[in-house]
Write a protein that binds this ligand. Structure first.
Ligand code: PLP
Length: 423
C-alpha cells in the first residue's frame, strides 16, 4: 500500500469532507520552494504551506539551530523556570515590534495566541472592576478554530454548528475602498451600544477571506476610535507577520499602535508550532497584584519550548538579512508586473498586491460557495500542473516562500493565467 492509501485508513484531515475529498497527496521531501510526492512528482509550494514558510523547506540554518538546541536543552517547563532562547527571542522581538509592546506570552498556535489576547482583554476589565464582555470583530474575519477565536471569526460556514455557544461578538464591515465610513460608523455604534472590551482585526489583509485588503489609514481611524473609548485593540498578525506585507509587521504601516499583537505561522520559519501574544505595560500591570486571582491563569504544556524559540531566533536572523529583504522586494515587484499584465483579462474582476501577497478574483456568473465547483476545478488544475495553490471560492492568491526563484514564480503566474481559460 502506498502512503496515500495508508493515510486513508486512520487519519482525519483538517477542513476535509472525507466522503468527497480527493485522496491526500503524500509528500516525502521538500527543499526551498519545492515539494516532492511519493511518486517523485514535483510541486511548487506557492502558498508557503499555509503561509508558514518564508525561507524554504528543509532550511539548513533553522535545522542546525534546532539540532543544536535539541542536543543542549530540548524542553523545560516554563512554570517557575526560564531559559536563554526564550529570553533572547523576547528581547529580539521587542526590538522590531511597535515600541508600545513590552511583554511576551508564549503559546502553541495562532488560535491559542488569539485565545490569550481575548482572555486578557476580558480579564483586564474584570481586574479593573469593570464589566466589559463584548468583542468587536470584522465581517469575514478569521482568527482560528478554538472557541473564542472561532467566535471572533466571521466565516459562518465553518462555525454554524456552534451558534449560540459563543462569547458576545459584534461584527463591523471591513473598511475596504468605499466602505470606510460605514465601518467607522458601525464601530462607533458597537461601542455605544455594548460593553466592548476589545476590537480584534487582521491588519491590512484578511487572509482566509481571500486576501481582502484595506488601507492603513482606515485602520488607524478605527484604532483611534477604540483608543478614545478605552476599548483595547488586538492585531492578529498570525498571517501578516514577518515580512509578508513587505514590512516586518503590518502594524509597521500604522500611525496608531495596537495594545496586543498575535504572532504564529512564520514565527519559526514553518518548522515548529509556536505562537506569541505581546502586550503593553498597561495590560501587564492590570494583572500585577498581591492578589493571586488577578494573575493570568492560562498556560500550555509546551509554553516557550526552547527548540521552537531556537527555530524562531534562526528565522529572525534570516529575515533580517539583505538577501531576504531583497527577496521580499523582488517577489513584490514581480507580483506588481504580473498584476499589470493580468488585470484587464476578461475573466478577471479585480486584483490586489501587498508585499509578497498577490490575489485575483475571477468573474462569476452566479454565486459560488467556498466548496463551489470553480474552486475545485482550479485546485485540481493547479495540482495537476505541479503548483500548490488553494483558491478561496473564485479568489486565487499567491503567497510564496520569499526564496522562490524567479523562474518558479514565473511558472506560477503562467499556470494561473492558463487556469483562467478552464473556468
Ligand atoms: C491561521 C490563522 C489563525 C489561526 O492559527 P492556527 O495556527 O491555525 O490556529 C489565526 N489568525 C489568522 C489571521 C490566521 O491566518
Amino acid at each position: 500500500m502506498n502512503l496515500t492509501d495508508r493515510d486513508r485508513q486512520h487519519l482525519w484531515h483538517p477542513y476535509t469532507q472525507h466522503k468527497t475529498a480527493q485522496p491526500a497527496i503524500a509528500i516525502v521531501r521538500g527543499k526551498d520552494a519545492l515539494l516532492w510526492d511519493e511518486n517523485d512528482k514535483e510541486y511548487i509550494d506557492a502558498i508557503a504551506s499555509w503561509w508558514v514558510n518564508p525561507f524554504g523547506h528543509s532550511n539548513t540554518v533553522i535545522a542546525d539551530a534546532i539540532y543544536k538546541q535539541l542536543t543542549t536543552l530540548e524542553h523545560v517547563l516554563f512554570g517557575g523556570f526560564t531559559h536563554e532562547p526564550a529570553i533572547l527571542l523576547g528581547e529580539k522581538l521587542l526590538q522590531i515590534l511597535p515600541d508600545n509592546q513590552k511583554k511576551i506570552f508564549f503559546s502553541d498556535n495562532g488560535s491559542t495566541a488569539i485565545e490569550v489576547a481575548i482572555k486578557v482583554s476580558l480579564q483586564y476589565f474584570f481586574n479593573n472592576n469593570q464589566k466589559r464582555t463584548t468583542i468587536i470583530a470584522f465581517e469575514d474575519a478569521f482568527h482560528g478554530d478554538t472557541f473564542a477565536a472561532m467566535a471572533a471569526s466571521g466565516i459562518s460556514l465553518f462555525t454554524e454548528a456552534f451558534n449560540g455557544m459563543f462569547i458576545d461578538v459584534v461584527r463591523i464591515p471591513v473598511p475596504i475602498k468605499g466602505r470606510e465610513m460605514a465601518s467607522e460608523a458601525a464601530l462607533k455604534e458597537a461601542i455605544k451600544n455594548n460593553p466592548c472590551a476589545a476590537f480584534i482585526f487582521e491588519p491590512l489583509v484578511q487572509g482566509a477571506a481571500g486576501m481582502v485588503m484595506y488601507t492603513p489609514e482606515s485602520l488607524d481611524q478605527l484604532i483611534q476610535i477604540c483608543h478614545a473609548n478605552k476599548v483595547l485593540t488586538i492585531a492578529d498578525e498570525v498571517m501578516t507577520g514577518f515580512g509578508k506585507t513587505g514590512k516586518n509587521f503590518a502594524c509597521n504601516y500604522l500611525k496608531q499602535q495596537p495594545d496586543m499583537i498575535c504572532l504564529s505561522k512564520a514565527l519559526t520559519g514553518g518548522t515548529i508550532p509556536m505562537a506569541i501574544t505581546t502586550f503593553t505595560q498597561d495590560l501587564f500591570d492590570a494583572f500585577y497584584d498581591d492578589d493571586i486571582n488577578k494573575a493570568l491563569f492560562h498556560g500550555h504544556t509546551f509554553t516557550a519550548n526552547p527548540t521552537g524559540c531556537a527555530a524562531a531566533l534562526a528565522s529572525l536572523s534570516l529575515l533580517e538579512t539583505d538577501t531576504m529583504q531583497h527577496n521580499i522586494a523582488r517577489v513584490n515587484q514581480s507580483h506588481l508586473a504580473f498584476q499589470k499584465h493580468i488585470q484587464n483579462h476578461p475573466k478577471v474582476s479585480t486584483t490586489r498586491v501587498l508585499g509578497v501577497i498577490f490575489a485575483l478574483e475571477i468573474k462569476i456568473e452566479s454565486q459560488e460557495s467556498y466548496y463551489g465547483t470553480m474552486r475545485n476545478k482550479l485546485y485540481n488544475f493547479f495540482i495537476e500542473k505541479g503548483v500548490v495553490l488553494r483558491p478561496v471560492g473564485n479568489i486565487v492568491y499567491i503567497l510564496p516562500p520569499y526564496i522562490i526563484t524567479q523562474q518558479q514564480l514565473e511558472k506560477v503566474y503562467t499556470i494561473v493565467e492558463e487556469a483562467l481559460e478552464i473556468v
